[in-house]
Structures are given as structure tokens and as C-alpha cells.
Design a protein. Structure first.
Length: 241
């Protein structure tokens, strides 16, 4: 009976959360803002590069998060204060260069936060406001641009859906995701699985998509999808072939 009640409670919570996300306000200004997201190592960067090649402005949350932890920044100092020498890069280490200020060993920081949910949440609460503010700053530089893409891996997890008009989700098979992540970041299976499990499941993200981009095989499929969709969004703008 208890197991049944737990399952029923979980289903109810899922329904409520799905309704909440569906009802969450989206950006409705004159500028069309596409939220590009998906699971880690699903192929978001490949899609972003393709969009840039077409002449579309792409703003990158990962880049802003990386820059938020640069030596001497407020977020960097908060991380060093919390973890101390555990995450401090050795002098002369090439993880980050060109500063006499203390620098973060990002790989060691990753080991901590991807193995401790509370620490990951603390780091996200430290970084996400900085990333959001950076988006606002960068968007202000493109007031006349009709369509902008915001690549945000943690679009749902960071509750940033109100920044975008529509959501594109890049997805692939779980086995592909795991292998791509291991190869890309030089991780063990356990390390890669920890990073994947730290995000929403791919299937859950796909449920929230306005456009699904299948990256299980050759890119020609999602390239055509993007061309078709952009032609509807910005029919008067000539895209670079």
C-alpha cells in the first residue's frame, strides 16, 4: 500500500510540475528568443555552430558560467572560500593562466559538486544569477536583432524559461550520450554517469520542447528542421547557405 501511495504521489507531483512548466510565462517581446537546450553531450554545440554559420546570433550560457569563475571574480572567491586548497590550482598550472590571483582547478571542483547534491546546488545558486545577469547584458547589445538563440544547458533546472519565446531540445540515445561525454571530457563511466544524472533526464526535457532535434545520427535531419523553422520565424531574413 505504501509503495502504491508513493508511486501515486510521484505521478501527481510530475503532473503538477509539468503543468507548472507549461504554464510558466515565456518571453513575449518583439524579439524572438529561442532557448536551445538538451542533455549534456547531446550535441547542443554542434547545433549552435550551425546556427552561427547561418548568421544567427547565439548566446552561450556555458561560456558565461566559465567566465563567472575567472580568477578574482566574486563567484571564484566564494568557491575558494568554501573549498579552500581542495579546489585551488597549483602555481604555474595551465588550467587558467595569466594572473597572480588564486585560480580554481575546475576538474577538482567538478569532482566535488557532481558527487554531492547539496554542494552542486550551492554552486548553481552562486553561478546562475551571474549567468542570468550576463544574458540580460548581452541581449541589450542586440536590440534590433529579430531572432536570438540562447544556448542554456540548464534551461529548465535553472528556471530560465521566461527568457525565451520557444524551446528547442537536442537529444540522442542514452548510450550515445554516455560515450560522447566520456570521450569529450576524458571521464570514467562513473564520472560521466554522475554528470548526466545531475541534470533532468533527456526524456523529461523532450516533453517540454517546442522543437525536437534528433542528433542520434547524421546532422542533415536536424539541419533541415532548423532551416524550415527559421524560415517561418524570420521569413524576411536571408540566411547564409
Amino acid at each position: 500500500m505504501r509503495r502504491y501511495l508513493r508511486r501515486a504521489s510521484y505521478r501527481l507531483e510530475s503532473v503538477i510540475e509539468h503543468w507548472h512548466l507549461s504554464a510558466t510565462s515565456r518571453w513575449n517581446g518583439a524579439q524572438h528568443r529561442i532557448g536551445l537546450t538538451g542533455g549534456i553531450a547531446s550535441g547542443k554545440s554542434s547545433v549552435a555552430r550551425y546556427l552561427q554559420d547561418l548568421g544567427v546570433v547565439v548566446l552561450d550560457a556555458d561560456r558565461y558560467a566559465h567566465e563567472a569563475l575567472k580568477a578574482g571574480s566574486q563567484a571564484s572567491e566564494a568557491v575558494l572560500k568554501r573549498y579552500g586548497r581542495q579546489v585551488e590550482a597549483a602555481p604555474g598550472c595551465d588550467i587558467e593562466q595569466s594572473s597572480s590571483q588564486r585560480k580554481i582547478n575546475r576538474r577538482e571542483l567538478g569532482r566535488i559538486v557532481f558527487n554531492n547534491q547539496d554542494e552542486r546546488r550551492w554552486l548553481e545558486q552562486t553561478i546562475h544569477p551571474v549567468v542570468r545577469a550576463r544574458f540580460e547584458l548581452e541581449l541589450a547589445k542586440h536590440p534590433e536583432t529579430s531572432t536570438v538563440v540562447l544556448m542554456i544547458p540548464l534551461l529548465f533546472e535553472a528556471d530560465l524559461t521566461e527568457l525565451v519565446s520557444e524551446i528547442w531540445v537536442v537529444h540522442c540515445l542514452p548510450a550515445q550520450q554516455l560515450e560522447r561525454l566520456k570521450q569529450r571530457d576524458g571521464l570514467s563511466t562513473a564520472e560521466a554517469e554522475a554528470r548526466i544524472s545531475a541534470q533532468w533526464p533527456m526524456s523529461r526535457k523532450c516533453e517540454q520542447a517546442d522543437l525536437l532535434l534528433d542528433n542520434c545520427s547524421a546532422p542533415i535531419g536536424w539541419e533541415r528542421q532548423i532551416q524550415t523553422r527559421l524560415a517561418r520565424i524570420i521569413p524576411s531574413q536571408r540566411l547564409i547557405p
